[in-house]
Design a binder for this molecule. Structure first.
Ligand SMILES: *Cc1c(COP(=O)(O)O)cnc(C)c1O
Length: 878
C-alpha cells in the first residue's frame, strides 16, 4: 500500500546525549575523523546502514541502545570531548580574526553563490568538480574563520545515481530526497513560520521558495527550495534536479538562485544578526542575476541604474570555470526579456539595459542570445579563472569584450583551485602526520597551509611511507571488490557467477586511477586507443598495472554514455577483468577511498580544456603520483621530481584523431618505460626507494600549494579585500560621480586621438640604441571634451616579433607639458627606458583614467595612433 502523506518522526535523545544532535547537524563531522568515529561507536552496524550519515543514524538507533549509552561513562566522556572540540572550532580566533587584529582591511562578510555544493555524500547536491570545489571553499572559509554565507538551491532529486545495464549502458536514477531526513533545517521567522522568498513570474504567477540551512562548520549554507505548497505544480518543480530540464526551466533556476539568493541572504542577516555581505562572489555564471537584484535594491533607495551598476560591480567577484564555450549558459534574448520588466521580475529596471548586459557584442557573437558569462564579467569588477593557464585561456576567450586591448591586458586574473585536505586526506595519512608533529599541528597544516609544517614530511621513514601506501592500496582493493560485486548483482548476475570478483585487483600491483565526469574533452577512452598495447601493460609478467575507472556521463549525452559502455565492455573481458574495473556511481563517497588507494592518478584531457582539475590534487595529498597532460594545475606545478607529464600534440596542425593516437602512444610509452619500472625497481632494503622519494616530494613540495586554505586566502587577499574596499569607496555620491564620468568619457571618446609621435633622441631614429639608454618621447594628442585628468597617455614598449607585435610590454606614463595649443591639442612628454636588447618597439596610447577604476581597461576604451601616425610611433630599434 502506498502512503498518501509522509513525514519524519525525529528521535528523542536522552538528556545526556543531547550534544549528539548538535554534532550531527553541523557538517563539520564530514571532515573530522574523531566525530565520525564517535557516531560509529553509537551503533557500528547502523552506521554502515546509514551510509555514514549521522542524522540518518540517529533516526534509526533503537531507544534501548540510546538508554545504554546515556549510562556509559566512557562514551559520555568522549561525547563531551567532541562537543567541546566543536565549540572551540566554532568560536576560536582563527586566521581571519588575526588578520583583522593586525589591521588588514577585510570584508565584513562575503556571500558565495554556486548552482551546486558538494559538502558530503550525505547532502548530494552536486554533479562534479564545480560543486565539490564550492563545498571545499565553504569548508576552508570556515577553517580560516572567514565570515562567508553560501547560497545555492536544494534539488529534490539532487543529481542522478548511476548504475549499469547488463550490456554496460548507463542507467540513471533520481532518488527523492526528503529535506527532513537531510542535515538541514528550515529558516523561520520569529513567529515560527518558514521564511519565504517570492519571485514574480509572467502572467501574474509567482515562484515561492523556502530556505533550508546547512551548517558547514562556521559557515551557513542557504539552499532555496521551490517545493512549497503555495506554488503551482510547475513552479514546485523548479528545483527538481540539478542541470535538468529545458531552457526556461534553467532560466527559472538561475533567477531563483541569483535574485532569490540575494533575498535569502537579506532574510538570513535580518533573522540572525549576521553581518551583511560586502562582497558577492559567483562561482560560474549561473548566479549572475544576483547583480541585477542588487541594482534593483539600490534603485529602490533612489540610486539610478548606472550609479547602482558601479556600486554593484565594485563589490562583485566572478569566477569562470570553463574554457569550453559550449559550457556557458546562453538564453534566448526573448525568453529573458519575457521574464523581466513590468510583468516579471525587477519591474523597476529597464529590460533593454538588462538585455545589453548579456549581449555578445564581439565578432562572432550571437545577437539573439543572452550570455550568462558575459553578464557575469560586466557585473563584476573582478574576475578570475581557476589556474594560471586557464586565466590566459579565459583572457583570450573573452578578449572581444575589451576591443583594442591585447589578451594579456584583459582584466581576468587567476587563482588556482585548491582542495580541502581534511576532507580528502585518508585518516591513516592524518595519523601518520600526527605521529610526526602532533594532531593539532597536522590539522592546522592541512587546513590553513603552512609549508614549514609540511617540510617535516621529509623526516618520515621510508618504511612508514611504504607501509601507508600498501595499507591504502589494500583498502581500495577491498572496496573495489565490494562495489564490483554489488554492480554485477545489479546487472543481473547471480552469486554463483561471481567467484572471480574475489580475485579482482592485486594489493601488490601498481594501481592507476582514472575517475571524472565524461564530457568528451576528458577522453575517458583514450587508454583504449590501442587495446593490445593496453592489454600487454595490464598483463605484463613482471611489471603489471591495474586500473580503476569511474565516471558519470551527463544524462542527455549519449556520446558520453557510449564511451562508458565501450570502457565497461573492455573491463568485462575475462582476460583482463581482474586488472581493470569500471565502478558505477562515482561520487564523493567513492572518491574518498579511490584517491588514497591509487599509486598513480591519470589525467588525459584535450589541452587546454581542463580549466584546473582537482581530483589529481586530492590524490596527491594522499601520496599518489600524478601522470597527466600538462593542463590546468599540472601545467603550473608539475616537476619531474614527483610526477610525469604526458606529451601533447596541441597547437600542432594535427586532426583530433591523429592527436589522440600520438598522445595515447606517449601515454603507453611513459607507463611502460618510466612509471612501471620506477614502481617495481627495489633498492637494497627491498623498497622502491625512488618511488618513495617521489611520494615524499609530492607531499613536501606540492602539498601546501594544493590546499583550499591557500586558495581561499588568495581570494581574500587578492579579490575579496580589494572588492570590499572598492565597494566602500563607492558610496552613492561616488557611484554617481563615476557613472556620470563614464558616460562623459564614452560620449567624448570618438574625438580622442593620438595626432603625432616624435622621438627626441637621435640614435633611436636611425635604428639602433644602447641598452640602458632612454628615449625621450613627445606626443601630441586630441582629447576632445576631456581634460588630462580624465586620461592617461602612455608609451607601451617591449620586445617585438617579426610582425612588430609587442610582447611582455611595459608601460611608461607620459606627462602633459602645459595647456592645450591653439588647435586644442595637448603635448605629452616622457622618457622610455630601453631595458631590453634585441628587436624593440613601442607605441603610444590613450586610456580613460579615474581614481575609482579598478583597471585602465575597465571601459574597454583605448585610442592608438592611426595607420599614418603609426609610421612615426612604431619606430623600431633593431
Ligand atoms: C574532485 C572530484 C571531481 C572533480 O575532479 P576533476 O579532476 O576536476 O575532474 C569530480 N567528482 C568527484 C566525486 C570529485 O571528488
Amino acid at each position: 500500500m502506498k502512503a498518501i502523506r509522509r513525514f519524519t518522526v525525529r528521535p528523542v535523545l536522552p538528556e545526556p546525549l543531547r550534544p549528539l544532535s548538535d554534532l550531527a547537524r553541523n557538517l563539520r563531522w564530514s571532515w573530522h575523523t574523531e566525530t565520525r568515529e564517535l557516531f560509529q561507536a553509537v551503533d557500528p552496524d547502523g552506521w554502515v546502514a546509514a551510509g555514514g550519515d549521522p542524522v540518518r543514524l540517529l533516526g534509526t538507533v533503537p531507544s534501548r541502545r540510546l538508554a545504554e549509552l546515556a549510562d556509559d561513562r566512557r562514551f559520555l566522556r568522549r561525547l563531551t570531548e567532541a562537543s567541546d572540540d566543536l565549540d572551540d572550532y566554532l568560536n576560536g580566533s582563527r586566521w581571519y580574526q588575526k588578520q583583522n587584529d593586525e589591521g588588514a582591511e577585510l570584508p565584513r562578510a562575503v556571500a558565495y553563490f554556486s548552482p551546486e555544493f558538494g559538502v558530503t555524500a550525505a547532502l548530494p547536491q552536486y554533479s562534479g568538480g564545480l560543486g565539490i570545489l564550492a563545498g571545499d571553499h565553504l569548508k576552508a572559509a570556515s577553517d580560516l574563520g572567514l565570515p562567508l554565507i553560501g547560497v545555492g538551491l536544494l534539488y529534490r532529486h539532487g543529481y542522478f545515481r548511476q548504475s549499469l545495464s547488463r550490456d554496460g549502458w548507463q542507467q540513471e536514477h533520481y532518488p527523492v530526497l526528503d529535506p527532513n531526513e537531510l542535515p538541514v533545517s528550515l529558516l523561520r521567522e520569529p513567529d515560527g513560520t518558514p521564511t519565504q522568498v517570492v519571485l514574480a513570474l509572467p502572467g501574474g504567477r509567482s515562484l515561492r521558495a523556502h530556505i533550508w540551512q546547512a551548517q558547514v562548520g562556521r559557515v551557513p549554507l542557504l539552499m532555496l527550495d521551490s517545493d512549497v505548497e503555495e506554488n503551482a505544480a510547475s513552479e514546485r518543480d523548479v528545483t527538481d534536479r540539478l542541470y535538468g530540464g529545458g531552457s526556461e526551466h534553467r532560466l527559472l533556476q538561475e533567477m531563483l538562485l541569483g535574485i532569490g539568493g540575494v533575498r535569502a541572504v537579506r532574510a538570513y542577516c535580518r533573522l540572525t544578526g549576521h553581518a551583511e555581505p560586502e562582497v558577492f562572489h559567483t562561482n560560474e555564471g549561473h548566479a549572475g542575476f544576483l547583480g541585477l537584484e542588487r541594482i534593483r535594491e539600490l534603485g529602490s533607495q533612489g540610486l539610478e541604474f548606472d550609479a547602482a551598476l558601479e556600486s554593484v560591480r565594485a563589490g562583485t567577484v566572478f569566477t569562470t570555470h570553463t574554457p569550453v564555450p559550449a559550457g556557458i549558459d546562453r538564453f534566448d534574448r526573448e525568453l529573458v526579456a519575457h521574464h523581466f520588466g513590468d510583468q516579471g521580475e525587477l519591474p523597476g529596471l529597464d529590460v533593454g539595459r538588462i538585455l545589453q548586459l548579456g549581449m555578445e557584442t564581439y565578432p562572432g557573437g550571437e545577437p539573439n542570445l543572452f550570455n550568462m558569462a558575459v553578464m557575469g564579467l560586466r557585473l563584476a569588477q573582478r574576475a578570475n579563472g581557476v589556474s594560471t593557464l586557464h586565466g590566459a585561456v579565459s583572457r583570450s576567450m573573452f578578449a572581444g569584450l575589451w576591443p583594442g586591448f591585447d589578451p594579456e591586458e584583459v582584466p581576468i586574473t587567476s587563482i588556482t583551485n585548491g582542495v580541502h585536505a581534511p576532507t580528502w586526506v585518508a585518516p591513516e595519512v592524518i595519523r601518520l602526520g600526527a605521529r610526526q608533529i602532533g594532531l593539532s599541528r597536522t590539522e592546522e597544516a592541512l587546513s590553513v597551509g603552512d609549508s614549514q609544517r609540511w617540510d617535516t614530511v621529509a623526516d618520515i621513514a621510508d618504511t612508514d611511507i611504504w607501509d601507508l601506501r600498501r595499507t591504502l592500496r589494500q583498502q581500495l582493493v577491498q572496496e573495489v571488490r565490494e562495489r564490483l560485486r554489488a554492480s554485477w548483482r545489479q546487472r543481473g548476475a547471480g552469486e554463483a557467477e561471481l567467484g572471480w570478483v574475489d580475485d579482482v585487483l592485486d594489493p601488490g600491483v601498481l594501481t592507476i586511477g582514472f575517475a571524472r565526469r565524461v564530457p568528451s574533452y576528458k577522453r575517458l577512452t583514450l587508454m583504449l586507443r590501442d587495446r593490445d598495447r593496453l592489454m600487454e601493460l595490464l598483463l605484463h609478467p613482471t611489471r603489471p598495472i591495474q586500473i580503476v575507472v569511474a565516471g558519470k556521463a551527463h544524462p542527455a549525452d549519449d556520446g558520453g554514455k557510449r564511451l562508458v559502455q565501450e570502457l565497461v565492455r573492455f573491463t568485462d573481458d575475462p582476460r583482463v577483468r581482474h586488472r581493470i574495473v569500471f565502478l558505477p556511481d562515482y561520487g564523493m563517497r567513492m572518491a574518498q577511498k579511490l584517491y588514497p588507494g591509487c599509486d598513480v592518478w591519470l589525467n588525459n584531457p584535450l589541452r587546454p580544456l581542463e580549466a584546473c582539475g582537482t581530483s589529481g590534487m586530492k590524490a596527491a595529498l594522499n601520496g599518489c603520483l600524478n601522470l597527466s597532460v600538462l593542463d590546468g594545475w599540472w601545467d603550473e606545478w608539475f616537476e619531474p621530481d614527483f610526477g610525469w607529464a604526458i606529451p601533447t600534440a596541441d597547437g600542432a596542425a594535427t586532426d583530433d584523431d591523429r592527436r589522440d593516437e600520438l598522445e595515447a602512444n606517449a601515454l603507453y610509452d611513459l607507463i611502460e618505460q618510466h612509471v612501471a619500472p620506477r614502481f617495481y625497481d627495489r633498492g637494497p632494503g627491498g623498497l622502491p626507494d625512488r618511488w618513495i622519494e617521489m611520494v615524499r616530494q609530492t607531499l613536501v613540495t606540492l602539498g601546501p600549494k594544493l590546499l583550499a586554505g591557500r586558495m581561499v586566502r588568495e581570494y581574500v587577499e587578492r579579490l575579496y579585500a580589494p572588492a570590499a574596499h572598492a565597494h566602500r569607496s563607492l558610496d552613492p555620491d561616488a557611484a554617481r560621480e563615476l557613472a556620470l564620468w563614464k558616460a562623459r568619457v564614452r560620449t567624448a571618446w570618438p574625438q580622442v586621438a593620438v595626432d603625432h609621435v616624435e622621438a627626441l633622441t637621435p640614435t633611436a631614429v636611425n635604428g639602433t640604441a644602447e641598452l640602458g639608454a632612454t628615449l625621450a618621447l613627445r606626443v601630441r594628442v586630441a582629447l576632445g571634451a576631456l581634460a588630462p585628468d580624465d586620461v592617461e597617455v602612455q608609451a607601451v614598449a617591449g620586445r617585438v616579433d617579426p610582425d612588430d607585435a609587442i610582447g611582455e610590454a611595459r608601460t611608461f606614463p607620459l606627462k602633459p607639458t602645459g595647456g592645450p595649443d591653439l588647435e586644442g591639442r595637448w603635448v605629452y612628454e616622457g622618457p622610455l627606458a630601453l631595458d631590453r636588447t634585441g628587436p624593440f618597439g613601442y607605441t603610444v596610447r590613450i586610456l580613460p583614467a579615474h581614481r575609482l577604476l579598478a583597471t585602465h581597461a575597465d571601459l574597454g576604451l583605448v585610442a592608438v595612433p592611426s595607420e599614418t601616425t603609426g609610421e612615426a610611433a612604431g619606430v623600431l630599434l633593431r
